[in-house]
Design a protein around this ligand. Structure first.
Ligand code: GDP
Ligand code: MN
Length: 378
């Protein structure tokens, strides 16, 4: 899970890493308010889950609160690489003498955290690594020993000549590494890490990625969860106990079991159709789950036909059939439905389904072919 800069900076502040003062605004008026509280030149920065905001025009200086309001109204609503800006960070502007890069991230190859540092900050580190590889230092840290003093000295010496600034860099690295470890991050990045005219080191930008698999250990990060586009539907499905992945075809698939769901998608492709989704309603499917699944699938305007493929083992066919009948009666879908239902309580299920006028099959090949045919007729 990626955090916004202002959220990452909250974590930095808690960890004791120096950051410029600032607050998040959702309207130009809020930006005005924050800028007047700060009482100095500010930077208005788009808060979106992508880098290169500066280049895209999403980072602007403002001398006065009026100007901050103006800049915020330009940036709010802006489209940066497909992300619409809904929030801006209004933060103290810094007088910069140099920009460096410093991060701790996961090196999957060595299975160790790695520190990456470069005196050429403010630009994408991938670019620096390509153009000037000698300007990038990579230092692996054994997770058993943790960060050792020589790591910090090597990094600070690589970045800075001044002794006082080196000391500050060592302290920041220690705190960044501790945060990386304690918060279960896969990335803690400062780009740029700047030296101000007063000779202070501060994190001017912050990027944090939290390991999704560790989120169960961090209820405090719950508030950072945000969903965009298809993620919203996937989250809704998760709450209903369904595994759902949106795809861009036209055949909505409702299947029990992940393996059968994959096989159904393969068969749809094999017969010349394209699945609109992966959807596994799970083992013991109660009728409510079927209704939730239908709702989610019907919300996708690309869906031209629905293909049910149910193999009753633990799943009882009559439960699924009851769910389908209920869903058809309440949702009144306009798209045609083809059903294959076999296994536990199959006869009972077919009797229930006979009450509504649907295409019911026993063969997987037949149902898939029918769904594709129906989708083309629609
Ligand atoms: P990014 O483009 O998304 O990485 O956003 P950053 O926060 O890194 O800002 C991009 C660039 O804008 C930085 O590398 C700086 O050169 C510049 N910048 C950002 N904040 C300030 C500031 O407070 N003062 C000055 N002088 N420049 C800034
Ligand atoms: Mn940056």
């Amino acid at each position: 899970m990626n955090l916004h800069e202002y959220q990452a900076k909250e974590l930095f502040a808690q960890a004791g890493i120096p950051i410029p003062k600032g607050k998040v605004a959702r309207t130009p008026e809020e930006a005005y308010q924050i800028a007047s509280e700060l009482g100095q030149t500010v930077v208005v920065k788009a808060q979106v889950h992508t880098g290169g905001r500066g280049k895209a025009g999403g980072v602007k200086l403002a001398q006065t609160p009026e100007e901050a309001k103006e800049k915020a109204s330009v940036i709010l609503g802006m489209d940066i690489k497909g992300y619409i800006v809904e929030k801006v960070l209004v933060t103290e502007a810094a007088d910069i003498t140099s920009e460096a890069y410093l991060s701790v991230t996961l090196d999957r190859e060595s299975k160790m955290p790695v520190i990456i540092a470069s005196p050429a900050g403010g630009i994408e580190i991938e670019e620096v690594a390509k153009q000037n590889p000698e300007k990038v230092l990579k230092l692996r840290v054994n997770p058993l020993t943790g960060l050792l003093p020589y790591h910090s000295r090597q990094v600070s010496g690589f970045l800075y000549a001044d002794k006082n600034i080196r000391k500050q860099a060592e302290t920041i690295l220690k705190k960044l590494y501790a945060l990386y470890f304690q918060a279960d991050l896969t990335l803690a990045e400062i780009n740029p890490l700047v030296v101000t005219k007063k000779g202070e080191l501060i994190a001017l930008d912050a990027k944090v990625t939290i390991d999704d698999n560790a989120l169960v250990r961090h209820p405090e990060f719950e508030k950072y969860k945000e969903f965009f586009g298809a993620e919203k539907i996937e989250e809704e499905a998760k709450k209903a106990g369904l595994s759902f992945v949106k795809l861009d075809g036209s055949i909505g698939c409702i299947v029990n079991g992940a393996g059968l769901a994959m096989a159904t998608m393969d068969l749809v492709k094999f017969y010349g159709g394209r699945p609109a989704n992966f959807l596994d309603i799970g083992g013991s499917s109660n009728p409510e789950k079927v209704i939730a699944a239908m709702k989610i699938i019907l919300a996708d305007p690309n869906v031209k036909a629905i293909c049910f493929n149910i193999f009753g083992g633990i799943t009882r066919g009559d439960d699924v059939a009851t769910g389908i009948v209920k869903a058809v009666n309440t949702l009144k879908p306009k798209v045609p439905i083809a059903i294959r239902l076999v296994g536990t309580n199959e006869d009972l299920a077919k009797e229930i389904l006979s009450k509504v006028n649907l295409n019911v099959f026993s063969s997987m090949t037949e149902v898939v072919k029918k769904a594709i045919e129906l989708s083309k007729a629609a």
